[in-house]
Design a protein. Structure first.
Length: 114
């Protein structure tokens, strides 16, 4: 059974940085797509960034130039480097991996204070 475990969330001041990590267990083969979603209170879950084996990376417009997604295929891990954080980035961030099925992490809270 595939399990995704996130780490790296927390509280940071505006302008600061955080790095989220997500590790997949229970699977040897790599995933075709990996990414990060977020959900703020009262809002729908949105795709923040994704990375594909074929097709490169994709970012939410509001995080372009500030966030960078990367992956370690051998370890089945995905990362999200978040710089110049803003209060509007506050949300629960979910790791996502896809290969015929969707897999989700439990979520990690990111809070950016002004």
């Amino acid at each position: 059974q595939v399990q995704l475990v996130e780490s790296g969330g927390g509280l940071v001041q505006a302008g600061g940085s955080l790095r989220l990590s997500c590790a997949a267990s229970g699977r040897r083969n790599s995933f075709s797509r990996m990414g990060w979603f977020r959900q703020a209170p009262g809002k729908q879950r949105e795709l923040v960034a994704s990375i594909a084996t074929i097709g490169g990376t994709n970012y939410l417009d509001s995080v372009k130039g500030r966030f960078t997604i990367s992956r370690d295929i051998a370890k089945n891990m995905v990362y999200l480097q978040m710089n110049s954080l803003k209060p509007e980035d506050t949300a629960v961030y979910y790791c996502w991996m896809y290969d015929s099925s969707n897999y989700w992490g439990q979520g990690t809270q990111v809070t950016v204070s002004s």
